[in-house]
Design a protein around this ligand. Structure first.
Ligand SMILES: C[S@@+](CC[C@H](N)C(=O)[O-])C[C@H]1O[C@@H](n2cnc3c(N)ncnc32)[C@H](O)[C@@H]1O
Length: 243
């Protein structure tokens, strides 16, 4: 008999923050969660996704529409603004930071954005099995944790294999959009995504233009204040045979 699994096979790209939530944030989890928060069947860890679980977007959004997935959505600034501006599109925020999820629900509710759902989960597991293959029109990764110390770079979200994971979730022709203020992470993103056969660059020149659907967040502001260049990248899922 094989040993039961107790740990993930891969290092995760986050450290769970346990900080206390405010009363309003706690209330968001009670009052707003029924609409916004998707129940995620778990595997071995709290933020894991059971490998056999499947999400049904049409059932959960109550319609068929284009789907944009943001992973590591933080406080939800980008996705709430986008959901409010584009009511015909469905949006999914994937985040492990509970206070950020609460803030996202509160802001979405205030903005009247009903076309948004949230998952408290490790994003690569959502992309690699929970979402139906080809379900997403776009996947967004804005300012992922840089893990800039040499001994930590193996924790980066966008590493070898990430392009295939995101590519699985994208429809043919769908877009993977990224942004970072860490030059060596931008270079790593471009290197691993250029090498991914299911993806092709959707920009000319060195870097993509700033995506105008991306609102300014504290992470971008901080990068600019420190004199760092902000790099955008965008890749297209090629039309082809899926595994
Ligand atoms: C530096 S913050 C950026 C937040 C937001 N995108 C922005 O630009 O303001 C990175 C976020 O990614 C989340 N994160 C990191 N790894 C994740 C993972 N594997 N799954 C889901 N969320 C993750 C962290 O909890 C954190 O909130």
């Amino acid at each position: 008999m094989s040993e039961p699994r107790t740990f993930r096979d891969e290092p995760v790209s986050f450290v769970r923050r346990s900080g206390r939530m405010s009363e309003a944030q706690e209330r968001a989890f009670v009052e707003l969660a029924p609409h916004y928060l998707v129940d995620v069947p778990r595997d071995v860890a709290w933020t894991s996704v059971h490998p056999e679980a499947r999400f049904d977007p049409a059932a959960r959004y109550g319609r068929e529409a284009a789907l944009v997935v943001e992973i590591g959505s933080g406080q939800g600034h980008a996705i709430v603004a986008a959901a409010a501006a584009r009511p015909d599109t469905d949006f999914l925020a994937v985040e492990v930071f509970r206070a950020g999820l609460a803030r996202t629900m509160l802001d979405a509710d205030r903005a009247g954005a009903r076309n948004l759902r949230l998952m408290e989960a490790n994003a690569p597991e959502v992309l690699s099995s929970f979402l139906p293959e080809g379900a997403a029109d776009e996947v967004w990764v804005f300012f992922p944790d840089p893990w800039h110390k040499k001994r930590h770079t193996k924790r980066r979200l966008v590493r070898q294999g990430f392009g295939a994971t995101a590519g699985r979730a994208l429809r043919d022709g769908g877009l993977l959009r990224l942004a970072t203020d860490w030059e060596d992470y931008a270079l790593q993103m471009r290197e691993v995504l250029d090498a991914e056969p299911d993806l092709e660059r959707a920009f000319d020149g060195e870097w993509a233009e700033r995506f105008d659907g991306r609102v300014m967040t504290a992470f971008e502001r901080k990068g600019i204040a420190k004199g760092r260049a902000i790099r955008d990248l965008v890749y297209r899922r090629v039309t082809g045979v899926r595994d």
